[in-house]
Design a binder for this molecule. Structure first.
Ligand SMILES: CC(C)(COP(=O)(O)OP(=O)(O)OC[C@H]1O[C@@H](n2cnc3c(N)ncnc32)[C@H](O)[C@@H]1OP(=O)(O)O)[C@@H](O)C(=O)NCCC(=O)NCCS
Length: 215
């Protein structure tokens, strides 16, 4: 029987970058690899992208469920930045706009933002880590969002994810810590962000608690 009341808590670093400011997008893709931007199902070998997704989210064993999930993100209008190696998808980072923000629970803190883009579902296959792909993919999606009229870019990272924090601190200018409480009752979900108004933005470059979390 379904529980009547369930709750979850989590803490994130929320990174932001102002796309109206000038910025450099200097990155080089290592030899043997290529980067593609997937805007429609035709842009990629869907089976390859789905097997990378299945690797990233171990629970996704059923290939039909994975395929439907990946297709639903593309249909929602999200774009996938994908690293290919010998024709196989080995890294991905997704990017969405208003619809993504509306549908992702912890992104509800951004629901009143106008022209904001959100990065989500970053993953690099273990065998291909260490080349800085998350940084490359993130720079690429931020650049793409800027070209497509977005004025702000956001991404959430779990406080214990040192590798991701290190990479994204190089791409984004500022961050703040966000506490998320999600409560489910039948037919309704509530998202709360305790203390959100009290948290200030801090610069990623400063010597601060972000640096400690990266160690
Ligand atoms: C996060 C992730 C995409 C990064 O992959 P990547 O781009 O290949 O990044 P790297 O492995 O090169 O690591 C980047 C940095 O973190 C460091 N790092 C890697 N693992 C680390 C760990 N466990 N603890 C501390 N630092 C770590 C690396 O040394 C490197 O540091 P440097 O820039 O100073 O050299 C990859 O680890 C991954 O797919 N993880 C699982 C999914 C995930 O966490 N997604 C992000 C959700 S926000």
């Amino acid at each position: 029987m379904r529980k009547i009341f369930q709750y979850w808590t989590d803490t994130y670093f929320l990174f932001a970058r102002d796309l109206e400011k000038e910025m450099e997008f200097d990155y080089r893709i290592p030899g043997g690899y290529s980067l593609i931007i997937i805007k429609s199902e035709k842009d990629v070998n869907l089976d390859s992208l789905c097997s990378l997704w299945a690797k990233a989210y171990h629970s996704s064993k059923n290939s039909l469920i994975v395929k439907n999930r990946v297709k639903s993100l593309i249909r929602r209008g999200d774009v996938c930045f994908c690293v290919l190696f010998q024709g196989k998808a080995v890294g991905m980072a997704w990017s969405g706009g208003k619809k993504a923000i509306q549908e992702i629970d912890f992104a509800q803190i951004l629901k009143r933002e106008k022209l904001a883009a959100l990065g989500h579902h970053d993953f690099v296959d273990e065998e291909h880590r260490g080349h800085g792909f998350q940084k490359i993919l993130s720079l690429s999606r931020v650049n793409y969002a800027k070209k497509n009229g977005f004025t702000k870019y956001y991404v959430f990272v779990g406080v214990k994810n040192a590798a991701s924090l290190k990479n994204l601190a190089k791409v984004f200018n500022e961050y703040k810590i966000v506490f998320h409480l999600k409560i489910d009752i039948p037919l309704r979900t509530f998202n709360f962000f305790p203390g959100a108004n009290r948290e200030n933005w801090a610069l990623c470059q400063e010597n601060n608690n972000l640096r400690q979390a990266c160690e």
